[in-house]
Structures are given as structure tokens and as C-alpha cells.
Design a protein around this ligand. Structure first.
Ligand SMILES: *[C@@H]1O[C@H](CO)[C@@H](O)[C@H](O)[C@H]1NC(C)=O
Ligand SMILES: *[C@@H]1O[C@H](CO)[C@@H](O)[C@H](O)[C@H]1NC(C)=O
Ligand SMILES: *[C@@H]1O[C@H](CO)[C@@H](O)[C@H](O)[C@H]1NC(C)=O
Ligand SMILES: *[C@@H]1O[C@H](CO)[C@@H](O)[C@H](O)[C@H]1NC(C)=O
Ligand SMILES: *[C@@H]1O[C@H](CO)[C@@H](O)[C@H](O)[C@H]1NC(C)=O
Ligand SMILES: *[C@@H]1O[C@H](CO)[C@@H](O)[C@H](O)[C@H]1NC(C)=O
Ligand SMILES: *[C@@H]1O[C@H](CO)[C@@H](O)[C@H](O)[C@H]1NC(C)=O
Length: 540
């Protein structure tokens, strides 16, 4: 078998090559402007070495038979068996005769106009049919006749250049979308002039003849969640052969359930020459009968069958709830976090009021067990000059009036409470020790030698012994605090209160609330007006 095939193949190849080089066809079409040739095909009985005379003739209607020679036209060349045109033109159309001895051969040449809108002439195309997946080759590699003259070759598909590195010969496994017109343009030089010759192939790709086993795409069993009263489309698609069938097995059901409809089949040819088919089953207004029923789709070829099933299930309410709960949960979470943020803002804004309310409500009292006498020692500028009169008055009048009479605290004010005659330094120290807070009324002129000791003593108590807390009242705005001891600057900012004469006078003002908040918790009732002198008495 193999040995027999080989000579046959060779024979075919030889035939093809000779038939391409010499001109067998009696009717020939050529395109104006292209190089063209006629070559007589020597039969096996004729031998080139026989001395014979060769003549070429042309005949047309007006001139009759005319012998051709190289001088009859600058575009014509004669080489024994070959007549060449450089190039062929429209008026070269006619009958051509070759005579050698007693033998003659005749061709009819039809020169057609160049198509200005296309890179090839439709009458010139060579049709080739290739089966899908078989080798598709466009023979552009070499021109069978002009071989050595060809300088460059370009390949076009449907007149668009196919970019190929160097070798324009085209070879691949055929696919359906390879169909089209392939034009090889050979550029060649003759007598210093550039010519081009085109060969165009009309390539048709046909589907493979071998059948595939048809397959349905997707899983074999499909659960589709549906809602009663709604519509659903069940999609069934398959890869199959041209003659295979795809259908829904609903014959029995159709009578009972007129809401089930089989849609028209849609087929698309694949690049492999097979078909992609799909058929939809439309179920309208789903009712209970449609549920839990197997809708089967089948694809069938001569020998094979494939089925897939769809089953409609009611979208369980249980399935629904998580969604519901989820959304609701998110909303609740957002509301709660919103509420928490609001609450925090309220707490931060009114923390002082809240703390005071709590103190009052819980009847908390820090002063009962520590054995201290005073709630606060007031440190202030002692010298009473006209320029700091307000400050002095604040310390010795306003502060006691509010804190003592209204809020029931007991203050220690140097001018009022220090018993004259004792050593001032010792006295101050023990008074500060006896106090729960050290209120410093701060102004520009506060730092004087006289208060330095109070301050140092208080700071020692506050920072080292941690027995007293300092409350700083900025009586006049102070921008530069460098005169204060470094340690005082460590005070937390909420322990620094700013006195604003215009806003702070009312007992309900933020200043007094903040001050009371910084003062120890105490349940003592405000002193009555008549007990105004009590501290003086008790102290003495
Ligand atoms: C006939 O042939 C002659 C010589 O080749 C040429 O000049 C003439 O144009 C031709 N006429 C037609 C109609 O082809
Ligand atoms: C050609 O014709 C001549 C006479 O016209 C004849 O003598 C000769 O044998 C012929 N040649 C062939 C090859 O037929
Ligand atoms: C090319 O081939 C296709 C398919 O065989 C055919 O329909 C078409 O007419 C051909 N075109 C030409 C110009 O021969
Ligand atoms: C062939 O083309 C190349 C460039 O592609 C050029 O250099 C060369 O001269 C051409 N050959 C002839 C014979 O003109
Ligand atoms: C081929 O030659 C013809 C005539 O000489 C010319 O009109 C055409 O543009 C050439 N084609 C290309 C692709 O160069
Ligand atoms: C079926 O296909 C249609 C359109 O392609 C789509 O709208 C529908 O949701 C599909 N149905 C199913 C069950 O996949
Ligand atoms: C659908 O197919 C299943 C198995 O694949 C079969 O049991 C059932 O009877 C079929 N239903 C119909 C209506 O053909």
C-alpha cells in the first residue's frame, strides 16, 4: 500500500509542476499590466534535440494571422517554447499559435482589466477546498515560472496584508475562519523594471467529515430555585454534529401543563466544523405541578445519546430568612453604633454634669475618711495692689462665697484662716497638708516670693506624695507660662480652668460646674447665711 502510493504521489507532483510551468489550458485569462507567458508543453515523443523550426503566430479579427518576432513588440520576448509578455496589455487578447514542425498548438488569451478596488481579479482565482483540521497551505513560497526573477513576495488575505516575518508561505491547520481569498504578489525585475504577478486562491474550508460524540454542556443535574407565579428559562446547549438532534422530553407534560414551552433551536457553526446548538424551555407562571419534576433535555446522534435534567425547587423561605436577618442585622448594627456614638458625644460634652449628677445621686463623699480639715487651700497673690485688685477679690470673696456658701465646701484662705503669730512656713505647709485640693489663682503677677513656698509645698504634696490635687484657675489669660515651675505644666488641661468674668458669674455656669467637678465629692449641705462665720470660729 505504502510502496504503491509513493510513485503515484511523485507522478501527481510532476504533473502539477509541469502543468504549472507550461500552458495546457486552451482558454487563458491574464490581467493587464502583469508579466505573462505562454509555454508549449512538449509531449514525450518530442525531443528538444530534434532540429525543428519554431514559430509563433497571433491572430485577431482585423489582422488575421501574424507571425510574432521579438521585433513585433518591445513587450514580447520569444524563447523557443515560450512567449513572454512584459507586461501583457489589453490589446494582446486574441488567438496564439505555436508551430513546431508539423505540430501546432492554439490558445485563446483574454486580457482583463485590472480591478481598481481589489488586489486580485475574480476571474483569476484558483479555488481550493480544505477540510477542517487538515493542512492549509498557500503556495506563495516560490513562483513556478519566474522563480529566480522574484525579488520579494507578499501575501494578502482578502486584500489585507498578512504580516509574516520573512517567509510568506503560509501553512497551518485549517479552521473555518481561514476561508477567504489569499493573494500572493510576486515582485520581479526585468530589464531594470519592477513588475508584479498575482496568484489568488479562493480557499473554502469544509467541516470535518468524522462525527463527534454529541455532548450536553454543563452539569447533568441542575437545581433551579424558583418562585411560584414567576417564569423561568431552562437553557440546554450541546456540541453536536450537523445531523444530531437536541430536544426537551416534554411530550407527556405539554398536555397537562400548557405553561411549558419549548423555544426554537439556535445553531452556530464552530470553527471545528461542528455545531453549537441550544434550546430553551420556558416555563411561565410556575405552579406546584412544575416543582420537583425532572425536565430532561436530550441530544442524540445515530449512536449516542446524552441527557441532562433540571429540577425546579421552591426558593425555601428558610433560604430567604438569612438574607432578611442579615439586612436587618446590619441596620440594627448601624443604629446601635450610631446610638453609641451619639451617647459618647453626649457623655463627653456633659461628662461634668453627669459626674456631678452621679455624685449627688450616689451621695458620694470623699471627705469623710481622710481626716483633712479643708477641701481646698487657695493660693493667690497676696499683695493687694490696685492693678490686681480683681484677682484678690476673686480669691478672697468670690471663691469662698460660691464654693462655701453655695456648694458647702470649706476653703483655707491665708488671709482669713492663718492664725497670726505662728511660723508662716510651717503653718502653710500644715494647712496644705490639711487640704484636699490646692486652688491656684493664676495671673501674670502671681509668681512672687510669697507664693513660691505655697506653690512648692503644694507641688510636692501633689506630685511626690500624691496627697493633694491641684486646680489651676487662669484668672487673666496667660499666653506665656514660662514663669511657672516646669512641674506645674504637667497638669492635665482639664485641671486648668479659665475664669471669664462675664460668663462665669452664675452658679450654673460651666466654670463653677467644672470647678465643683474638680473639687472632692461632698454631701455637705450648703452653709446657711447665719453660719457664715462658722469657719472663722471653728478655726480659732
Ligand atoms: C490585432 O493585432 C495587431 C498586431 O498584433 C494589433 O496591432 C491590433 O491592435 C490587434 N487588434 C485587435 C482588435 O486586437
Ligand atoms: C511532416 O509533414 C511532412 C510533409 O508535409 C512529412 O513528410 C513529415 O513526415 C511530417 N512529420 C511528422 C513528424 O509527422
Ligand atoms: C470562492 O469560493 C466560494 C465557496 O466555494 C464561492 O461561493 C465563491 O463564489 C468563490 N469565489 C470566486 C470568485 O470564485
Ligand atoms: C531585491 O530587493 C532588495 C531589497 O529588498 C534590493 O536591495 C535588491 O536590489 C533587489 N534586487 C534587485 C535585483 O533589484
Ligand atoms: C502591481 O503592478 C501594477 C501595474 O504595474 C500596479 O498598478 C500595482 O500597484 C502593483 N501592485 C503592487 C502591490 O505594487
Ligand atoms: C437562560 O438563558 C437566558 C438568556 O440567555 C437567561 O436570561 C436565563 O437566566 C437562563 N436561565 C437559566 C436557568 O440559566
Ligand atoms: C428524566 O431523566 C431521568 C433520569 O435521567 C428519568 O428518571 C426520568 O424519568 C426522565 N424524565 C422524563 C420526563 O423523561
Amino acid at each position: 500500500m505504502h510502496c504503491g502510493q509513493l510513485p503515484l504521489t511523485l507522478l501527481v507532483l510532476m504533473f502539477i509542476s509541469t502543468s504549472e510551468t507550461c500552458t495546457l489550458r486552451p482558454h487563458i485569462t491574464a490581467v493587464e499590466g502583469e508579466p505573462f507567458y505562454l509555454k508549449y508543453c512538449l509531449s514525450s515523443s518530442e525531443h528538444e534535440n530534434e532540429p525543428t523550426t519554431i514559430k509563433w503566430y497571433k491572430s485577431n479579427e482585423s489582422h488575421g494571422l501574424v507571425e510574432l518576432s521579438s521585433s513585433s513588440s518591445p513587450r514580447i520576448t520569444l524563447h523557443d517554447y515560450v512567449l513572454e509578455f512584459w507586461p501583457v496589455e489589453l490589446d494582446d487578447s486574441g488567438y496564439y499559435f505555436f508551430q513546431m514542425g508539423n505540430d501546432t498548438h492554439e490558445w485563446r488569451l483574454n486580457v482583463i482589466r485590472r480591478n481598481k478596488h481589489s488586489c486580485f481579479a475574480e476571474k483569476q482565482v484558483i479555488s481550493i477546498t480544505v477540510e477542517v483540521k487538515r493542512a492549509l497551505q498557500i503556495p506563495c513560497g516560490e513562483h513556478s515560472y519566474y522563480k529566480k526573477l522574484v525579488n520579494r513576495t507578499l501575501l494578502y488575505k482578502n486584500c489585507e496584508k498578512i504580516e509574516k516575518n520573512k517567509n510568506p508561505s503560509f501553512r497551518k491547520n485549517a479552521e473555518l475562519n481561514d476561508r477567504g481569498y489569499y493573494t500572493c504578489i510576486f515582485f520581479l525585475y526585468h530589464n531594470g523594471k519592477l513588475f508584479n504577478v498575482t496568484n489568488t486562491f479562493n480557499i473554502t474550508i469544509v467541516g470535518g467529515y468524522s462525527n463527534i460524540i454529541p455532548v450536553l454542556l454543563g452539569p447533568k443535574l441542575n437545581h433551579i430555585g424558583v418562585e411560584l407565579g414567576k417564569d423561568v428559562q431552562l437553557n440546554c446547549s450541546a456540541l453536536l454534529n450537523e445531523k444530531d438532534l437536541i430536544y426537551w422530553n416534554i411530550q407527556k407534560e405539554n398536555g397537562e401543563n400548557p405553561n411549558v414551552h419549548e423555544e426554537k433551536e439556535i445553531r452556530i457553526k464552530t470553527s471545528e466544523g461542528k455545531w453549537h446548538a441550544s434550546k430553551t424551555l420556558r416555563i411561565e407562571n410556575i405552579n406546584e405541578i412544575n416543582l420537583n419534576f425532572l425536565y430532561n433535555c436530550t441530544v442524540a446522534s445515530e449512536g449516542d445519546i446524552d441527557t441532562k435534567s433540571f429540577i425546579l425547587l421552591k426558593k425555601a423561605e428558610l433560604d430567604d430568612i438569612p438574607d432578611h436577618v442579615f439586612t436587618r442585622g446590619i441596620i440594627i448594627a448601624i443604629l446601635i453604633s450610631g446610638a453609641v456614638v451619639c451617647l459618647m458625644i453626649v457623655v463627653v460634652t456633659y461628662r461634668v454634669d453627669l459626674a456631678l449628677f452621679c455624685r449627688h445621686f450616689m451621695r458620694r463623699d470623699e471627705t469623710l475618711t481622710d481626716g483633712k480639715t479643708y477641701d481646698a487651700f487657695v493660693s493667690y497673690l497676696k499683695e493687694c495692689h490696685p492693678e490686681n485688685g480683681e484677682e484678690h477679690a476673686f480669691a478672697v470673696e468670690i471663691l469662698p462665697r460660691v464654693l462655701e456658701k453655695h456648694f458647702g465646701y470649706k476653703l483655707c484662705i491665708y488671709e482669713r484662716d492663718v492664725v497670726p503669730g505662728r511660723a508662716v512656713v510651717d503653718e502653710i505647709h500644715s494647712l496644705i497638708e490639711q487640704s484636699r485640693r490646692l486652688i491656684i489663682v493664676l495671673s501674670k503677677s502671681y509668681m512672687s516670693n510669697e507664693v513660691r513656698y505655697e506653690l512648692e509645698s503644694g507641688l510636692h504634696e501633689a506630685l511626690v506624695e500624691r496627697k493633694i490635687k491641684i486646680i489651676l484657675i487662669e484668672f487673666t489669660p496667660i499666653s506665656d507660662l514660662t514663669f511657672l515651675p516646669q512641674s506645674l505644666k504637667l497638669l492635665k488641661s482639664h485641671r486648668v480652668l479659665k475664669w471669664k468674668a462675664d460668663k462665669s458669674l452664675s452658679y450654673n455656669s460651666r466654670f463653677w460646674k467644672n470647678l465643683v467637678y474638680l473639687m472632692p465629692a461632698k454631701t455637705a449641705k450648703p452653709w446657711r447665711d447665719e453660719s457664715e462665720v462658722l469657719p472663722m470660729l471653728s478655726q480659732s
